[in-house]
Design a protein around this ligand. Structure first.
Ligand code: HEC
Length: 155
C-alpha cells in the first residue's frame, strides 16, 4: 500500500474544503452574516457583548467558573465563548437562533436555563455583530473548523 500519496491527498482535500468553507463564509450576503474579518461589525459586536453578554459569559469570553458543573440550583453556568468552550461546535445559524430565541428548541421541555432570549432586546444585525465579535476571538484553525460546520448546516 502506498500510504504517503494517499495521506497527502487527504491532507490536500482537508485544506481545500477548509478554505472553501472560509470563502463561502466571506461571500454570503452581509445581512445575516457574522464576519470576524469585518472590523466594523466586530467593533459593534464588542460593545454589544460588553453590555449584554459579558456579565455571564465573562469580560474575556472565559465563561463562568466550573462551567461544566451544574450549580446547586440544577442549572448550568454560562460556558465560555472563546476557543476553550463549545460555541464553535455550532453553526452560525444555530448560534443566531439560540441568541435570538433562547435554548428552548434545542433542549427537553422543562429544561431550566439562565440563558435569556434576546429577541426583544437586540436587532438581528446586532446579534450577527455579537457573533462576529465572538468569532474574532478564535484562532484561524478554530474559525476554519466552525466555518465548515456552518457551511455543512447551510446545505
Ligand atoms: C444571565 C446570564 C447570561 C447572559 C446575560 C447571556 N447568557 Fe448565553 N448562556 C448562559 C448560560 C447559563 C448558558 C448555558 C445554557 C444551558 O445549557 O443551560 C448560555 C449559553 C449560550 C449559548 C450556547 C453556547 C453553546 O456552546 O452551546 C450561546 C450561543 C449564548 N449563550 C450566547 C449569548 C449571547 C450572544 C449573549 C449576549 C447577547 C448571552 N449569551 C448572554 C447565560 C447567559
Amino acid at each position: 500500500m502506498r500510504t504517503k500519496p494517499v495521506l497527502a491527498l487527504l491532507l490536500a482535500v482537508a485544506v481545500l474544503t477548509g478554505g472553501a468553507a472560509v470563502l463561502y463564509d466571506r461571500l454570503r450576503p452581509a445581512a445575516g452574516r457574522a464576519d470576524p474579518a469585518d472590523a466594523r461589525q466586530v467593533a459593534l459586536g464588542r460593545s454589544i457583548y460588553a453590555a449584554h453578554c459579558a456579565s455571564c459569559h465573562g469580560e474575556r469570553l472565559q465563561g463562568q467558573p466550573d462551567w461544566q458543573q451544574r450549580k446547586p440550583d440544577g442549572k448550568l453556568p454560562a460556558p465560555p465563548h472563546d476557543a476553550s468552550g463549545h460555541t464553535w461546535h455550532h453553526a452560525d445559524r444555530q448560534l443566531f437562533e439560540i441568541t435570538k430565541h433562547g435554548l428552548a428548541p434545542y433542549v427537553p421541555p422543562g429544561y431550566r436555563t439562565d440563558m435569556p432570549a434576546y429577541e426583544a432586546v437586540l436587532s438581528d444585525a446586532e446579534i450577527w455583530a455579537v457573533l462576529a465579535f465572538i468569532k474574532s476571538s478564535w484562532p484561524p484553525e478554530i474559525r476554519a473548523r466552525q466555518a465548515a460546520v456552518s457551511a455543512r448546516a447551510a446545505r
